[in-house]
Design a protein around this ligand. Structure first.
Ligand SMILES: NC(=O)CC[C@H](N)C(=O)O
Length: 704
């Protein structure tokens, strides 16, 4: 009986007399030219909807198999439909709630690939979503439940990318005469209405529920973030900045953290809507505008790229009589002069202010960016050191020609006095993580090269005189500000903004710093964390199925491409080599059908995998070798099958002894610790034991 566990890997091999195709995460690999992986979506002009629904994938395969279209094709397709696996979307949904194979009423695929199954195939994404959330008895979907489900994936109701959905809900609510007892967002809809309502945003919504965002299991990630947040909350160290009264008045208890991923998944906790001024967190942003408009050559002919090793407002220039970098006061004042004299020489001060604000706003996806005039006036009053820096630089001819120092200083204070909150700043940080494209509006604000340069400087100079230690411990680009902000960028993954006013002696927010350090102790976000091998840190970028070891996709890829070295690596890392994909296909099936004798030998002789696992079509590896005409492999597998019972029995006994010892060592550790154990000894022993105990009929994944 089919017991395959649905995996995102969705590795599927379609049986064919002429050609076999392997689909891995939307890539189609042909059996004969494994090197040419065609991104399926790019191979034909089809709508995104069709791709999403999985329909196109099937069509592509059909055409590839039969080489033509038409009536004959339709007949062949009809006769083979029984063999097909359900569309990808269904697989993933099956894992979340709607188990198509688990419905007590419906036929199980191993028993019947017919009617019920075919019906599911024809369903599109909207249908599947409806079924996920609909009430069986009423046949209606609760939009409240649906939106709550969407929120767990990180998508909020006010996300601009679901605006049409929300507008449609309001329209339907109005059409229904504001049905009593429910709001637009909690009303109950029938299938057709639901489909019409979600359809404009279905691409994003389906991606969310398919767990295809950068953080697939967002709710688990959020739990860890909450834990870190609460641990930092109890830290009461640090002192408020008091050089101006407006900063000194903040409550030391304020503590907020907002997260926005490159896919626009949002999470916030604490005082995330409380306004505060940008202060030094504005420095990377004005620097980015200057880079965008003038390019790095021009900008860096005026300002250096080295950490100063001194206080952020130190009266010091580098050997070339330039400010050390754009993240300290001298460098930021210099950047402001570039904006004033080179980027927009014709603009008035007011226009440059508006111009700058519009950049910040676009970067934040339109979220809160304001201006605090009291802070601005105070900054200007208490600015002896900043004026001194300005005059010192003017004396050393640091500024471009035509610089109006008074205007430049005012502009610098204005940038420091722009007001924002954690929510908006997390989107800014996410835009930086996303190569300059705002994840929520999808607007391209900066070129990726600009962002790369900004992040590089943030990495080495972003946290004042703590920058070296920060780069060492956290290993990520960040920028702190005297108002208690800490902008952290995890390139290609997410932006985080942590805010709490109490500062340490170097001027960094105490809680923010602790948060960053705890974050990289929990997750492998440090720039130099190894992502390939098992470690005791979590990788939230990976799907739940993958976090306990290397992905099954990699294992099956290695087998299909005849890569014995890679298979060896998988084995050494403690991976369960008996893993089967959704269709019950094991590494041995793939190695055999591709005729990779070396791999077949390695799998049987070294990994002791069972020689006779059946895939969902009932095929053994030997059948596959035969189907695809690999005589040598057939001969080897047949010979192995004759001596197999004895060899497997011997190995089983051996493995049990080894495992008993290993278990004693690892018994005290948790499940997770065990799977993350970096020592290959216990994990390998455990994995081999599961190999030994796996029966040929059981395609469930021991060890997962
Ligand atoms: N560290 C900071 O945030 C510096 C900004 C502050 N307004 C100053 O210029 O002194």
């Amino acid at each position: 009986m089919f017991k395959g566990v649905p995996t995102l890997a969705n590795l599927r091999l379609l049986k064919s007399q002429r050609e076999a195709y392997t689909i891995v995460n939307g890539l189609v690999l042909t059996r004969r030219s494994k090197a040419t992986a065609l991104p399926l979506e790019l191979t034909d002009a089809v709508s995104r909807r069709n791709v999403l629904n999985g329909d196109y994938k099937q069509e592509f395969l059909d055409r590839a198999k039969y080489g033509h279209t038409g009536k004959q094709l339709q007949q062949k397709i009809a006769s083979e439909k029984k063999m097909r696996a359900p569309p990808l979307l269904n697989l993933v949904f099956a894992n979340r709630k709607l188990s198509f194979y688990d419905t007590s009423s419906g036929p199980k695929p191993s028993e019947d690939h017919g009617k019920g199954h075919r019906e599911q195939e024809q369903r599109n994404a909207e249908d599947v979503l409806f079924d996920m959330f609909a009430n069986d008895e009423t046949g209606l979907i609760s939009m409240g439940k649906f939106l709550a489900g969407l929120k767990t994936t990180g998508i909020r109701r006010n996300d601009p990318r679901v605006r049409e959905l929300m507008d449609n809900l309001k329209k339907v609510h109005k059409l229904n005469n504001y049905e009593t007892g429910s709001s637009a967002e909690t009303q109950h809809l029938n299938r057709e209405t639901f489909k019409a309502v979600v359809s404009p945003n279905i691409v994003l919504i389906a991606k969310a529920f398919r767990q295809q965002f950068i953080i697939p299991d967002f709710s688990s990630f959020v739990k860890d973030i909450e834990d870190i947040y609460w641990r930092c909350k109890s830290n009461t160290l640090g002192k408020l900045a008091d050089y101006i009264p407006q900063l000194a008045r903040y409550s030391p208890d304020f503590w907020g953290v907002s997260i926005c991923t490159v896919d626009g998944q949002r999470f916030s906790i604490g005082d995330v809507e409380e306004p505060f001024t940008l202060q030094s967190c504005s420095k990377p942003l004005t620097y980015a505008i200057a880079l965008e408009k003038l390019g790095p050559k021009v900008v860096h002919s005026f300002v250096g790229q080295e950490p100063s090793g001194r206080n952020f407002n130190e009266l010091v220039l580098d050997q070339n009589k330039k400010p050390h970098n754009p993240m300290i006061n001298a460098g930021a004042i210099l950047t402001c002069s570039l904006m004033n004299a080179l980027v927009k020489p014709d603009m008035t001060s007011a226009e440059i202010f508006d111009y700058t604000m519009s950049w910040f706003k676009r970067l934040s996806g339109g979220e809160y960016i304001g201006f605090n005039n009291a802070v601005f006036l105070s900054e200007r009053e208490a600015a002896d050191r900043n004026y001194a820096l300005g005059f010192y630089m003017r004396e050393n001819k640091c500024f471009p020609k035509r610089t109006n120092l008074k205007e430049v200083m005012d502009y610098y204070f204005q940038c420091c006095s722009m007001e924002t909150n954690c929510e908006a700043m997390s989107v800014i940080a996410a835009s930086m993580a996303n190569g300059g494209i705002c994840p929520t509006t999808e607007e391209k604000v900066f070129r990726p090269e600009v962002i790369r340069d900004v992040l590089s400087i943030m990495h080495s100079c972003g946290t004042y005189d703590y920058s070296g230690q920060f780069a060492f411990k956290v290993g990520l680009p960040a920028k702190s500000g005297v108002s208690g902000g800490m902008m952290l960028v995890i390139p290609n993954v997410m932006g985080i903004f942590a805010w709490s006013p109490p500062l340490d002696h170097l001027g960094n927010t105490v809680r923010g710093l602790q948060f960053c350090e705890e974050l990289v102790n929990t997750f492998n976000f440090h720039r130099y964390d190894n992502l390939k091998h098992l470690s005791n840190k979590k990788d939230p970028r990976k799907h739940r199925y993958e976090t306990k070891g290397l992905s099954i996709v990699n294992l099956l890829f290695s087998a299909a491409s005849g890569d014995v070295t890679a298979l060896r690596r998988h084995r050494l890392s403690g991976m369960d080599i008996t893993l089967a994909d959704y269709d019950g296909r094991t590494a041995l099936h793939l190695a055999a059908s591709e005729g990779h004798l070396e791999c077949v030998k390695f799998l049987l002789e070294q990994c002791h995998v069972p020689h006779n696992p059946k895939d969902r079509w009932g095929n053994l590896p030997a059948d596959e070798a035969e189907n695809f005409g690999h005589a040598e492999v057939v001969a080897f597998l047949k010979a192995w099958a004759e001596k197999a019972p004895q060899a497997e029995e011997e190995y089983k006994n051996e493995a049990v002894t080894t495992t008993t010892q290993a278990n004693e060592e690892i018994d005290s550790t948790s499940d997770l610790d065990r799977s993350n154990n970096t020592s290959p000894v216990p994990s390998e022993a455990a994995s081999t034991a599961s190999v030994a105990s796996a029966t040929s009929d059981d395609k469930t994944k021991p060890g997962l």
